[in-house]
Design a protein around this ligand. Structure first.
Ligand SMILES: *Cc1c(COP(=O)(O)O)cnc(C)c1O
Length: 342
């Protein structure tokens, strides 16, 4: 079977991005967040490639995601960000990975595993997952073998936000009282805030995959481009409409390519402003995006049934032009795409 739509994925760009973020992390080690199937790119393939580049620490959200990764490359480690629910204990006993303990109940649950190492998340202000600073100072963690003590920034993509420094300071103070092998605070955008934010280990996701987590990372390269096949070419007359709701009216006789790509693939209707590339030419999407199809105005370019059109994923540009975040764009790309790495 060959799918009529595919993701072109660039190994060199992925490794370039990791090396850049690793260098920006200074003396801290640089890990990789590969949750949500490696932000839609394919977690197993991302892990294999980054491990070759030297990345040692990986992060997924759930034990299901951990299980789906299978055996990890030699010398690498995996942390499960959502910790351990009661239902996760069998998987946690079977797999060598560490949970990131987020609550007193999770800490109590992990104590049943004796001195198996864990990670611990401290909430320093995002009010999402993690123990409060008071809980962490209360003795609750005494005797646990903590590999990585971490916290997570709420506003890292706004470098001037006062919350960044407040969280950094609160975390640094806590690190002085809770014994752990390593400490970790920064996601991609946190790395850009400077070396003070790197602690011992950084945890980029978006930046690895070609997203721009903020200003000052202009050298990050796109990793994914989308290609979809033309199923039909049709000529419409001036005044004809295209697609559901007849929202697009041809201003002049127009050649339209109907492409095997739609919101059922994760190419959401909010992306109607994204352009297709045929050879060097840019061709706008016209009309509404359907579940499995969209239409592009081929302009003066010669297109025939079976041709492949390329849609570059310029993530900051897409985020600026649509209501989607860079994260939503990537993680929405589903398994209808064949993923091809070069
Ligand atoms: C997703 C996640 C990251 C990676 O964040 P990016 O913004 O994609 O770099 C890091 N740490 C935690 C706890 C996360 O949930």
């Amino acid at each position: 079977m060959t799918a009529p739509l595919r993701l072109r994925l660039d190994t060199d760009a992925l490794i370039h991005n990791w090396r850049l973020l690793d260098a920006m992390s200074g003396r801290a080690a640089c890990g990789a967040a590969v949750k949500a199937n490696g932000y839609g790119l394919g977690a197993r393939d991302v892990v294999a490639r980054l491990a070759v580049a030297g990345c040692r620490d990986f992060f997924v959200a759930t034990w299901d995601e951990a299980d789906a990764l299978g055996d990890l490359p030699e010398g690498t480690r995996l942390s499960v960000l959502h910790g351990v629910r009661a239902q996760d204990m069998p998987a946690a006993a079977r797999l060598p990975h560490r949970p990131v303990l987020n609550s007193a109940a999770q800490v109590a649950r992990w104590r049943q595993r004796g001195d198996q190492p864990c990670d611990v998340m401290i909430d320093t202000g995002i009010n999402r997952l993690g123990l409060s600073i008071e809980e962490a100072r209360s003795g609750l963690l005494d005797g646990l073998v903590i590999d990585t003590l971490m916290s997570h920034l709420a506003c890292a993509d706004e470098p001037g936000h006062p919350m960044n420094e407040r969280q950094r300071r609160a975390f640094a103070e806590l690190c002085a009282c809770v014994p752990a092998r390593r400490t970790s605070l920064a996601n991609s955008a946190g790395i850009l805030l400077g070396r003070d934010y790197a602690f011992d280990l950084t945890r980029p996701g978006l930046g690895l995959y070609g997203g721009l987590p903020g200003t000052g990372a202009g050298e990050l390269r796109p990793v994914a481009a989308l290609e979809a096949q033309v199923l039909q070419v049709r000529d419409v007359a001036a005044g004809d409409t295209v697609g559901y709701g007849a929202t697009w009216v041809a201003p002049a006789p127009t050649r339209i390519a109907i492409v095997n790509l739609g919101y059922g693939d994760g190419f959401l209707r909010a992306l109607a402003g994204v352009e297709a590339h045929i050879g060097g030419a840019c061709c706008p999407i016209v009309g509404r995006i359907s579940m499995d199809l969209l239409a592009v105005d081929t302009g003066i370019v010669d297109v025939t049934e079976g041709d492949w059109l390329r849609f570059d994923l310029d993530l900051p540009e897409i985020a600026a032009r649509s209501a989607l975040s860079q994260y939503e764009m990537l993680t929405g790309l589903n398994d209808r795409f064949e993923r091809r790495w070069c």
